[in-house]
Design a protein around this ligand. Structure first.
Ligand code: IVH
Length: 704
């Protein structure tokens, strides 16, 4: 059979379409098995989605060719629920990434600025290899190992106590440990173990694992923990969670202490005193990387002093006191089959290269980003070109350059679309912008679909069993068009077909009717559990341009309730009014974000989306984190200079105690902290009769 993969859907003849649908059904089902059963996906999520999309597109052209075993009939399956969920006593954060030396130098400068350190005060950093495995948390109570968990989404992981208990070299009991001790670190598989495992897999007629990380993941999450025990997994400890009595004051002392307790720590770890020293360490370890028995993908730097770590605190996903300095991307050569454009959630049109699949950095890559139209033009990249692609860490693979010597003939230059390929609306590139955008808003199906994807993503509604693949599938079928439809799915599924019910009902899909009852019930239970949602998640989930998690949280904190927030956004259309002034005065919200918010709510369609959700859900009012604090819920303004801490640190402290920080004084301000040189803001505070404090008064108020 000839290879039809490179032929565009529009050009397929009927007999070819039939063959392709057969191949796609087999291929997708094989990937499903790898993904769900063995934790060993062989292709990226994008490549998987491309297969499904192609299948759907061919079916749309030739509906009479839809197969009984078509992947499009097979949705709604929830992921494995075999492990019990564990809520982490303290969140497991991830790390901010840096790729260049200048970003490391900027990191150190930022730390110094935040802490307001003197020029000559050294910032010692502990530099540790960044192990490419899976993080796990091990809990000890009264010196006994009682629970082990995966990281999961950082807040909730899976209980893998039995599996972790099989790891050789992890202590089951510790003497002289605090009552509660959670040790965190990375589970990995080393080279010899990986090679032995794949030989055994092949001998047993099972697929080989594609890289060591997948092999470690698959081995750790075995339902039968005795299998985990045969896999020779390793562990390096590098941080802690809850600890009842912390006896160390630095990261370095922590590592010494846990090695006394017999936890394995990485022997290459080093304490460094200067930027030069960390960069040299990075280069040295980078040079050794290929000889190590385990995979590393960079170096982690951590501020050694814990009192500084505490002051630095964290932003939503990562601490301000640590940085992952990644090793350079791995590169590979392949061919561009086709250049396509994708329309994102906010209308941004981005070009994507569909590639001849190539193995790079441990995974198979078949799509890479081309960034924007200028990039394609400047690098003169054309369809059919041989190109160098690269992949660094978890970042989307990108096309670096075309190998023009290998170009055959004179392929035409790529014509960038001037209209949205999905809805035909004008695609406009505003002055000074690199990105061309579809102006169709929510009449554009691509934007609506992407919004749905964002709505169910991990930091938004995060519904088990309703990931990207399922939501797209429901979209293609017309079952979910708007976010609120998700909450109507169960009702539609229970209606008979002639009354508009889903046909066939989800549980009757796939080869054996009724077989999916359990996973479909799980899906509905997952959806029902999300009818109650926090305001900050809800605001983030709406997918408003420029509103990420941090802004979502800021808005929730400042407006308290969905009703209050909506009222304020509607009122803020008047740029001279108080509502606009209040919005813009929030520290962390500038005019661009404010405008995006106002524009969003001014659009009738968006209003309806929010109304429908509001009717289907209970959006919880924002809960102030620290109700004991005298400034919780209050709006605070800092002005003038401070002596004991920098402005950034003061703001972060105030926010962590539940205060809202504003940039200007208004009637809504509760408290103004006046430093020397405070000028007009101080005057305004006195005029409005707002309470003011000097720096010492502020420190006394928050308890030092
Ligand atoms: S510290 C709050 N140290 O990298 C800081 N993480 O990209 C928590 N990782 O989720 C992490 N080696 O799985 C830390 N020496 C190391 C590490 C390390 C590998 C992983 C870890 C984390 C991920 C973040």
């Amino acid at each position: 059979m000839s290879d039809l993969r490179g032929i565009a859907v529009e050009s397929l003849k009927k007999t070819q379409a039939e063959q392709e649908l057969k191949r796609l059904a087999q291929e997708i089902s094989a990937h499903d098995g790898l993904y769900h059963g063995d934790d060993a996906p062989e292709i990226s999520d994008q490549a998987y989605d491309a297969l499904r999309r192609r299948n759907g597109d061919i079916e749309a052209r030739f509906p009479d060719l839809i197969r009984d075993d078509s992947p499009s009939k097979n949705v709604g399956a929830a992921p494995s629920t075999a492990f019990t969920k564990v809520r982490h006593a303290q969140a497991m954060l991830s790390l901010d990434n840096a790729f260049g030396d200048d970003e490391v130098s900027e990191f150190i400068a930022r730390v110094r600025r935040f802490l307001g350190l003197a020029e000559d005060e050294a910032v010692a950093l502990v530099a540790e290899p960044k192990i490419d495995g899976l993080s796990a948390s091990l809990r000890y109570e009264a010196g006994k190992f009682v629970q082990g968990a995966t990281r999961g989404d950082g807040t909730t992981g899976e209980d893998i106590t039995a599996n972790l208990a099989t790891l050789f070299g992890l202590p089951k009991t510790i003497s002289g440990a605090p009552d509660v001790l959670e040790v965190r670190g990375e589970v990995y598989m080393d080279r010899p173990a990986f090679e032995a495992l794949n030989i055994a897999q092949e001998a047993a007629g099972k697929p080989a694992y594609i890289n060591r990380r997948n092999a470690a993941a698959g081995s750790l999450r075995q339902l039968d923990a005795s299998i985990t025990g045969t896999r020779n997994l390793g562990f390096f400890a590098y941080s802690w969670g809850e600890v009842s009595d912390r006896t160390w004051d630095t990261q370095w002392d922590f590592l010494k202490q846990i090695s006394k307790w017999k936890f394995p720590t990485n022997p290459l770890t080093k304490r460094c005193e200067s930027l030069d020293e960390v960069l040299k360490y990075y280069a040295d370890i980078g040079a050794k990387r290929g000889d190590l028995e385990y995979d590393i993908d960079g170096i982690v730097y951590k501020v050694d002093r814990l009192d500084w770590q505490e002051r630095l605190g964290h932003v939503s996903h990562h601490p301000r006191w640590a940085l992952a300095h990644k090793f350079p991307a791995e590169q590979a050569e392949t061919k561009i089959l086709k250049i396509e454009v994708q329309v994102g959630r906010t209308g941004a049109i981005t070009p994507v290269a569909r590639l001849e699949p190539v193995f790079v950095g441990g995974v198979m890559v078949s799509n890479a980003t081309l960034h924007n139209e200028d990039n394609i033009r400047e690098k003169d990249i054309r369809e059919g070109d041989t190109v160098i692609i690269q992949r660094a860490g978890d970042v989307i693979p990108q096309v670096v350059e075309a190998v023009t010597e290998k170009r055959k003939g004179r392929p035409p230059k790529f014509k960038y679309p001037q209209v949205c390929p999905e809805c035909g609306s004008a695609a406009v590139r505003e002055e000074g912008e690199a990105v061309r955008r579809c102006t169709g808003g929510l009449i554009c199906p691509a934007q609506r679909k992407e919004r749905l994807r964002h709505f169910v993503s991990r930091d938004a509604f995060d519904i088990p069993g309703l990931g990207e693949k399922q939501i797209f599938q429901f979209w293609e079928e017309g079952l979910i068009k708007e976010p609120a439809d998700i909450f109507d799915l169960e009702r539609c599924n229970s209606l008979p077909a002639d009354q508009g019910g889903i046909d066939p009902p989800l549980q009757d899909r796939g080869a054996e009717p009724g077989k999916r009852a359990k996973s479909v019930a799980n899906l509905f239970a997952g959806i029902a559990a999300r009818r109650d949602i926090s305001l900050e998640r809800f605001l983030y989930a709406l997918g408003i341009r420029h509103v990420g998690q941090t802004t979502g949280r800021l808005l929730a904190q400042n407006y308290g309730s969905l009703a209050g927030f909506r009222e304020a956004m509607t009122a803020a259309t008047d740029p001279d009014g108080e509502a606009w002034a209040h919005l813009e005065a929030i520290d962390g919200i500038g005019p661009i974000v404010a405008q995006a918010l106002v524009d969003f709510f001014a659009e009738g369609h968006n209003e309806k989306v929010v109304d429908d959700l509001d009717a289907a859900l209970t959006v919880q009012d924002f809960v102030q984190p620290d109700t004991d604090s005298p400034i919780a819920g209050k709006t605070v303004v800092f002005t003038g200079s401070l002596e004991t801490m920098t402005r950034d640190e003061a703001k972060a402290r105030a926010q962590s105690l539940g205060a809202k920080v504003a940039g200007s004084v208004s009637k809504k301000t509760d408290l103004v902290i006046l430093g020397p040189g405070s000028g007009s803001k101080g005057k305004k505070a006195t005029e409005l009769g707002i309470e003011t404090l000097d720096e010492q008064g502020w420190l006394d108020l928050i308890g030092g």
